[in-house]
Design a protein around this ligand. Structure first.
Ligand code: NIG
Ligand code: FE
Length: 426
């Protein structure tokens, strides 16, 4: 670290949004404070930020040090690497046949009740080889990286047998080591009761608690455990038993809560001290209050409500006004949200959730990093943190959600290395 050199100097930055500030997940007005610097520069040594600030100050700090490589940011916008805190990255197959069903008026839960939906992806995932799953997920990760994502969470939950869940989790682990995007792994055996346990959900819950959770823990294949708490999937008391067992083994907790029906999932997230609760379209005021008091982060997924053609949206404005920290994510999966584009999510968060561009950036950087327990390393640009940086083909933040449906990323730096240049993975 004390070597007298700078590996990469990013200079001539038009607007540098550092997200420096509090160590906690941001809430209320804090979500609009981006730590902006105009005319900035960032000096990187090894994989971390060595100096950051006004260009003249940074150059003064590194005076006399050898600069190995310099990169002109062309007076454009620079932000921390984006963080996607909720994806179902590893899965087999796709579900484009559901589009025509949806257009005829079938709902997500109706398609699922007929054995389609998640269950059809379970069949495809079980049938896929580990290599097939790896290749497909790697292509998705390439897209995510090119759209500015430098860290993502990835859930299992399309295997639903011990072996098939481990298969998905091993793919995540391998990609974490081999792909520039860092992955945080979540075990989600409680995504659905598999067909062979139809009518015997208690036996499946016992399998999760007694066999799957201990095996995943022993192999070190996941940091978090997530449950789909929804009518017809896992009830609140079932979710509580699974998450309590996971907590006892040392997993961090996440929950798909109150997506379609107001079930009390948000309140359960507060009760159990989950790190985050996801979806929340139907969450009650009391549920959101319980989350706020317990410090649970609300992860809103506006691409999912868009794609499911739901009339309702997560109440992000209410959440921000009541000082509940909000993060945003793609929920990338083959059913409810078949998109890797965090930039589309940023637009939908503005237009459908009423969030400002400033709140949106906070929600896909520092708050998303908090939602996966990684805010000490990523999510803001500060001395000592990882040099995960995005340079855009835009010189101001509002331009990103405004000009929608395209990729604004020019350059991505991951752990100090240029991994996307001119919008293409190098
Ligand atoms: O977060 N809601 C449950 N799970 C995913 C959808 C999975 C699927 O449809 O394959 C979600 O929306
Ligand atoms: Fe999800």
């Amino acid at each position: 670290m004390n070597d007298n050199h700078i590996d990469l100097l990013v200079y001539n930055i038009g607007t540098l949004l550092t997200l420096q500030g509090t160590n906690q997940a941001r809430k209320g007005q804090e979500m609009s404070e981006l730590g902006a610097i105009s005319g900035g520069a960032i000096a990187i040594q090894d994989e971390r930020i060595f100096a950051i600030g006004q260009e003249a100050d940074v150059r003064a700090q590194i005076q006399g040090m050898k600069i190995v490589q310099s990169l002109d940011a062309r007076e454009q916008l620079v932000t921390p690497g984006l963080v996607d805190p909720h994806t179902h990255l590893v899965h087999g197959g796709s579900r484009e046949h559901e589009l025509s069903l949806k257009l005829k008026g079938a709902t997500y839960m109706e398609i699922l009740a007929q054995g389609g939906g998640i269950l059809s992806t379970v069949r495809a995932t079980r049938a896929a080889s580990e290599q097939d799953l790896y290749d497909k997920a790697r292509r998705s990760l390439d897209v995510m990286l090119q759209y500015g994502v430098t860290t993502a969470e990835a859930k299992s939950g399309y295997g639903l047998t011990l072996e098939d869940e481990l298969k998905q989790l091993r793919v995540t682990q391998k990609l974490h080591h081999e792909h520039p995007v860092d992955l945080v792994s979540t075990f989600m055996g409680a995504h659905m009761v598999p067909e062979e346990y139809k009518g015997r959900s208690e036996a499946y819950i016992q399998l999760i608690i007694n066999e799957m959770l201990p095996a995943v823990k022993k192999l070190g294949l996941a940091e978090f455990c997530d449950v789909f708490c929804e009518h017809g999937v896992f009830a609140v008391d079932e979710s509580e038993r699974i998450l309590t067992a996971a907590k006892a083994l040392g997993f961090g907790l996440k929950i798909h809560a109150d997506e379609i029906e107001p079930m009390g999932g948000a309140a359960l997230a507060g009760k159990l001290g989950c790190i985050s609760a996801e979806h929340l379209l139907a969450a009650s005021d009391e549920g959101l209050k319980a989350m706020q008091q317990a410090g649970v982060i609300a992860v809103c997924l506006p691409a999912t409500s868009f794609n499911l053609r739901l009339k309702k949206h997560a109440r992000a404005r209410t959440m921000i006004d009541m000082e509940l920290p909000v993060a945003l994510s793609t929920d990338y999966n083959p059913g409810s949200s078949p998109t890797e584009s965090i930039q589309l999510v940023m637009t939908l968060a503005c237009l459908n959730l009423g969030m400002t561009p400033e709140e949106v950036l906070t929600a896909v950087t520092i708050n998303a990093a908090h939602a996966i327990g990684k805010a000490d390393e990523i999510g803001s640009l500060e001395v000592g943190k990882l040099a995960d940086i995005v340079i855009y083909n835009a010189n101001n933040l509002a331009y990103l959600p405004y000009h929608f449906g395209i990729n604004h990323v020019n350059t991505v730096i991951k752990r100090g290395k240029i991994v996307v240049s001119d919008g293409i993975k190098v």
